[in-house]
Design a protein. Sequence first.
Length: 656
Amino acid sequence: MASTIESVLQEKRVFPPAPEFVRKANIPGMEAYRRLVAEAERDFSGFWGRLARENLQWSKPFTQVLDESKAPFFRWFHDGELNASANCLDRHLETQPDKVAIIFEADDGSVTRITYKALYHEVCRLANALKAHGVKTGDRVLIYMPMSIQVVAAMQACARIGATHSVVFGGFSAKSLQERIIDAGATEVITADGQFRGGREIPLKPVVDEAFAMGGCEKVRNVIVYKRTGSAVAMQAPRDKWWDDVVKGQPETCAPTNIGAEHPLFILYTSGSTGKPKGIQHSTAGYLLWCKLTMQWVFDYKPSDVFWCTADVGWVTGHSYITYGPLAVGATEVMFEGVPTYPDAGRFWKLIQDHKVSVFYTAPTAIRSLIKAGGDLPKKYDLSSLRILGTVGEPINPEAWMWYHETVGGGRCPIVDTWWQTETGGHLISPLPGATPTKPGSATLPLPGIFADIVDETGQSVGRGKGGILVIKRPWPSMLRTIWGDSERYKKTYWPDDFKNKLYLAGDGASMDEEGYYRIVGRIDDVLNVSGHRLGTMEVESALVANSKLVAEAAVVGRPDELTGEAICAFVVLKGPRPVGEEAKKVAEELRQWVAKEIGPIAKPRDIRFGENLPKTRSGKIMRRLLRSIARGEEITQDVSTLENPAILEQLKQAM
């Protein structure tokens, strides 16, 4: 780990919230924020207990807020019982059954609206179908679906009967899918025939079939297939069943299964610095509480809002701010199947105009690509419905922040630049739109109840005006509970011995300015952030080396990229002679397609360079810091005398 990380960015611009916005905000002004922070500091247990009682409906009230007896395996509200789906749907049936829950816009522009009552019935029918298939409380259901009302229904149906869902992003390969089915021990798979993105049809069911053909998926008894594209797919009886057939005739009510607060709501796989993805396990009550609170605090939720999070449900952002958070507060939300640039780069702005979106939450990668595709395009649309803008997934550079603020928000919408992770369950550091003066590129301050700090390698606070390692000093309700099936890896990854197992290691570097504002500066481990998605360098290296016909050795690093945040650069040693010219281009493309098949298209290396070997110390360690310098086109100033083969550096500098 790097002990200190220096931030060279000096940002002086400050944007206080407008007085009128502050007056109507859920947390109105910095004094209200400080009162909540002080309450959490004064009575940590009382603070969280109050919020849990006020915001969630419990079938059995809890008597203990936080159990730290087996730290770092913390338990929140553990003797209470509730149901996540009932908290998202049933509680709204009396007060607003006919309110639109989801406005779904398909890739082709067609729009479907579903009310809370209709969504409740859809969820109940599928929940009853799952029970008829023998799915029990605690069973794992793997979901591999397109953006749709049905994917939300599938996740909610699992929650309703106490099954643990594991959603896999629809862009992942058969091998990635197979690994996750096996690791989760899934007994049921829910998928679709295919999906539409950018005018193209992308198959899903054939990928599931390929995953099964690889073996190891024998625990799966049923595959439910939602008909989205209508293309012909192979259906293997009796395992494969059409969604419409399994829900037909099922009762449209299903009593929610009351489960313990700590019951695993879902497992979501994320990249680590080793080749094996980590199954991040989240609880039910603590996770749901934080999803709801952050909707109210960070997005300042009002009943009149139309909320749009552009993430895919295959990532944690889609879990927290599509499937759970918006429904927990009873919001109307937009879901979108397509991509921001189809049929043209005005698609996002047209959606905001057409559906009168008031809170818009997207990734810096999307913002940068839309600036590039047409920086003045937003001005052609009526974006007057917007009142809050948000960013997620990676730090946003100040100039993109300013464009977002001025061109999209018209200079009047607060920007909430949210820092969080799959592991945290929801936002931990973020501006509050009616309280926090914002600074371009800064995630600003920790939310009430979150105790963050920046430390050196020994766990000592570095103080204001410096950079280092971002940590969280106290547990919080929505934190991950463990890594599925690997508690030792959980402890080693997030509660390192260096910090005496007392500090949660986020894996990000950050700096703090003199006012206590946090600026996230990137990963401190071998994890890349590509378009807001975390990819382990080891995963990509493992995928390359898995091509045993061609590849002898590979090392992967990241380099800054204006559009995607980081670009993947691979240095490859082939089993045969080092290729040059057209031959090198041909082999590089073959390897890119290979990685896409092994992991998914998002993991394809941008650059592939071939060498006769890799820069190694005499003990055989690959010097990745030198490879990072080469990838970035930097002059190598480090001492290379410890290298076994210094001459290889010149060879690797040659881009194709």
